[in-house]
Design a protein around this ligand. Structure first.
Ligand code: HEC
Length: 107
């Protein structure tokens, strides 16, 4: 009986890890991607670096940006806008992660 319980626990733990890991890994990925590719213009906190603001980037924590739909944010990241470069090299999943990350910056 004891053996069965231990096996069951192991299976449950493995399943929990399988579901939990990709989720946290994705959030970490998005934060790392944002830092590497976006923070130069948008600032680590999304409020915009000096150069980004000069180019016309808006404060991600503001209602103006947060009221934009996921589809709009996805479109701007994928295709660019004005001086914002396009990021067609990112996968749809990575862009989805970035949109979710931008949502976390809301004030
Ligand atoms: C070279 C500077 C630069 C980089 C790097 C950059 N952006 Fe932008 N981004 C801009 C500018 C400038 C705008 C404003 C475009 C406009 O409205 O004309 C903008 C606009 C945006 C917007 C729409 C909200 C707003 O501020 O107007 C989103 C969302 C966005 N960028 C996300 C990203 C993400 C995600 C990355 C990284 C993958 C990124 N940007 C990298 C310059 C940059």
């Amino acid at each position: 009986m004891k053996m069965i319980n231990v096996q069951r626990l192991t299976v449950l733990a493995a399943m929990a890890a399988m579901f939990a890991l990709p989720l946290s890994a994705r959030a970490d990925d998005a934060a790392a991607t944002f830092k590497a590719k976006c923070a130069g213009c948008h600032g680590a906190d999304g409020t915009g670096s000096a150069i980004g603001k000069k180019m016309g980037a808006h404060d991600f924590t503001s209602a103006d940006v947060q009221k934009m739909s996921d589809a709009e944010l996805t479109d701007i990241i994928t295709n660019g806008k004005g001086k914002m470069p396009s990021y067609k090299s990112l996968s749809p999943d990575q862009i989805k992660g970035l949109v979710a990350y931008i949502r976390t910056l809301k004030k």
